[in-house]
Design a binder for this molecule. Structure first.
Ligand SMILES: [Zn+2]
Length: 166
């Protein structure tokens, strides 16, 4: 049975722990640890490992996105503060953002097919399908925002947009 658990940092999450003695970990802290290990060479002090190729699960909370991008830190022309300020107004219209590393920082933005897939959806049940035109506008907004955030490569495969910094 699910119950709500709080980690030592106060993040609340659902868990299927059966008793207080059962071990459980916090998904938000685990994600932060993953980012710190993947960008181990960029941490202060530097960590003993890194993952030059990895991608997170989709992030649907702007606070979590902000925390993990700041853990990546500045990387050549990649500046987490600039990326976040360019992304903030658009973020609720996406269905999630994946953070990764392809040698250097990469961000994938998922463009929703249905209104209920968007981060900002707070009703219950099914929404309505987005038109191709509407989806194209969301994709173009993301690519424009990441261009202003000085991304070196921008692409859109129709489902997911990619921004990569050299
Ligand atoms: Zn936590």
């Amino acid at each position: 049975m699910d119950q709500v658990v709080a980690c030592p940092r106060g993040h609340r999450y659902r868990s299927t722990v059966l008793s207080l003695e059962s071990r459980t970990t916090c998904p938000r802290c685990d994600l932060a640890d993953l980012i710190c290990l993947a960008y181990g060479d960029c941490q202060v002090p530097p960590r003993g490992c890194r993952l030059l190729t990895f991608k997170s699960e989709p992030i649907t909370d702007f606070g979590v996105l902000s925390e993990v991008l700041h853990l990546v830190g500045r990387y050549n022309r990649f500046n987490p503060t600039t990326v976040l300020s360019e992304l903030e107004s658009l973020f609720p219209r996406l269905s999630g953002v994946e953070i990764g590393r392809e040698g250097s920082p990469v961000i994938y933005a998922r463009v929703p097919y249905w209104t209920h897939q968007a981060v900002r959806w707070c009703e219950t049940g099914m929404g309505t399908p987005l038109t191709n035109q509407h989806r194209h506008e969301i994709a173009e907004s993301f690519l424009g925002a990441m261009k202003r955030a000085l991304a070196d490569e921008l692409s859109d495969d129709g489902t997911t947009c990619r921004a990569w910094w050299d």
